[in-house]
Design a protein. Structure first.
Length: 235
């Protein structure tokens, strides 16, 4: 049986729409709770796929969160061996950092529903499935990163040039959140209540309304996107 290892930082940021796609392909899924479980006990080479999920911390906050160094070691090991790895939000930033790119606070927080623009490479990638092309996607971040050397930019947004990149054949890093299920957004609204309340121009009502409008479309996009990517990497 194939195995997917998912590094999870907060309970409500999980695999979402990716999970049923993986299970349908015979993947056993193991969640590792970062900050609680012993990352040094893991063999980074063993799983067919490693997914680094999101979280409300900075990829550069090693002193406050020493476990980030162990995550970077796991990523580096898989990068060195060309093994498949997917990064979402914080996960994408950690992949960028493992590839020696700078990760840093962006010009403003990008939270809520907004479009992405696909590059020429992105238009022929898994981010442009013909049956469910992206329109509005969910963003929830305040940091950004420089494009790593050797990476291919796949998508940008109005505020952030680097929304998605690939590196080699088996690495995909997405700053936005295509995995989120509409039914889970209430957990996000609770978990991020303080951030929502202190971000100008943002409200729970607005985010809920936009999720009702765009959430199902995001689920279709996420499902088709990850199906295509797993086909591309033969998983």
């Amino acid at each position: 049986m194939k195995r997917t290892l998912a590094l999870r930082h907060v309970a409500f940021e999980h695999l979402g729409s990716i999970e049923p796609v993986l299970r349908a392909r015979g993947h056993e899924i193991q969640y590792i709770e970062v900050g609680r479980d012993d990352l040094s006990a893991l063999d980074p080479r063993a799983p067919e796929l490693v997914v680094i999920l999101g979280g409300p911390i900075g990829a550069y906050e090693d002193e406050a969160y020493p476990f980030l160094r162990k995550e970077l070691d796991i990523i580096a090991t898989r990068l060195d061996r060309g093994l498949p790895i997917l990064g979402l939000c914080l996960g994408s930033q950690l992949i960028a950092r493992a590839l020696n790119a700078r990760v840093y606070p962006g010009p403003r927080k990008e939270i809520g529903w907004a479009p992405i623009t696909l590059t020429e490479a992105g238009q022929t990638s898994c981010l442009n499935p013909p049956t469910a092309p992206p329109n509005q996607v969910l963003h929830w971040h305040g940091d950004t990163f420089d494009l790593p050397v050797g990476a291919t930019r796949l998508a940008s947004s109005a505020w952030y040039e680097n929304q998605a990149f690939s590196w080699g054949a088996n690495v995909l890093a997405l700053q936005f959140h295509p995995e989120v299920l509409a039914k889970d957004m209430e957990r996000w609204l609770i978990g991020h209540a303080c951030e929502i309340a202190t971000t100008p121009g943002l409200s729970v009502v607005q985010l809920r309304t936009e999720t009702q409008r765009w959430g199902q479309q995001l689920e279709r996009f996420g499902t088709e996107c990850f199906r295509r990517w797993l086909d591309e990497i033969h998983l």
